[in-house]
Each structure stands twice: as C-alpha cells, then as structure tokens.
Design a protein around this ligand. Sequence first.
Ligand SMILES: [Zn+2]
Ligand SMILES: [Zn+2]
Length: 177
Amino acid sequence: MPLPYPTELIRSLEFIADVCNRRRAGALQTAADLRAVCGEWRFPGADAATEADAAATWAHLPAVETMWDADRDTVAVAVNGIFDRTAARPRLVQHDGLDWHLHGLPPTAPLADAIAVDAAMALADLVRVDDLARCSRCADDRCERMFVDLSRNRSRRFCSTTCQSRTNVAAFRRRHG
Ligand SMILES: [Zn+2]
Ligand SMILES: [Zn+2]
C-alpha cells in the first residue's frame, strides 16, 4: 500500500468510521457495546466504561460525521474546537502491542473525550497534508457507510464489494429492464 501514512493514523480513521457506522446502524447502544468495539480496535481505557461514557461517546458522533464530510477549512475549525474543549495535550504512548503513537489526553480523561480527540488528531493530519478525500462515504445511497479510501488515486466509491455489485446490478437492470 503506497500511502505515506503511519499505520496508527489509518487505524484511528478506520476506528472512528466503524464506530459511526455501527452507531448509525443501531449496533452500538450500551456500555458493553462501547467496551467491545474499543476492545476490537485496541482503543484503551474502555474496560470500565459506563452507560454515561457510552451516552457521551454517542453524543460526539454526529459532529465527527459532519467533519468526515466537511471541507478542509471547516474541519480545521472543528478540530481546534475539540482540542480546546477537551484541553488536549498530546503525548506519545505504546500499548496493547501498538508502536509509538499519539494520544491526545491522559488515561484519566473521559473515554468519550479520548475518542473525539483521537478522531480530531487523525483528521488534523489529513488537513495538514490536504488529503481529506481519504474520508469517504459509500456511493450506494442506501448504505452511505463511512470508509477510509486507501486507493492510490482516491477512486474507491463503495464501502464493500457487496455494495459495488448491488449498484452494478441495479444499473444493469435500469439499462436492460
Ligand atoms: Zn493508542
Ligand atoms: Zn456500502
């Protein structure tokens, strides 16, 4: 994969996209759901997550989704807003077998803030290199899942081969029906 991006940046983007997608699909509701998705992605600090942490996390997601779709200047302002509100202070950490990467908040910070800052830092990296086009959405209008476009020329249109073939079949039927 020819991208110059660190694995941890891609992991952060894919994590937040997955959380937003699952929340929108109704698959994330409880604190147990939050603990599970954080565990899958090795996002730390969720072992003792409460229902209040879950509610606070879900409350952040619409703003994250807005940033995913927004233009560069808008994202820059929104990212700074998250840094301000959470009093972010980046530090390099290693954990769960993951190599050195940045966390925006200490382990004592609320989980919902940690997740929001992680997304903000990842988007900040894309703002800096002017590559927000990586933050993409499935072109199937019944899906619209968020995904990270890692293709060389940012040409990926669908979240999955399932959506791609469903759209191809529908287009075929329109032409030949
Ligand atoms: Zn980490
Ligand atoms: Zn899709």
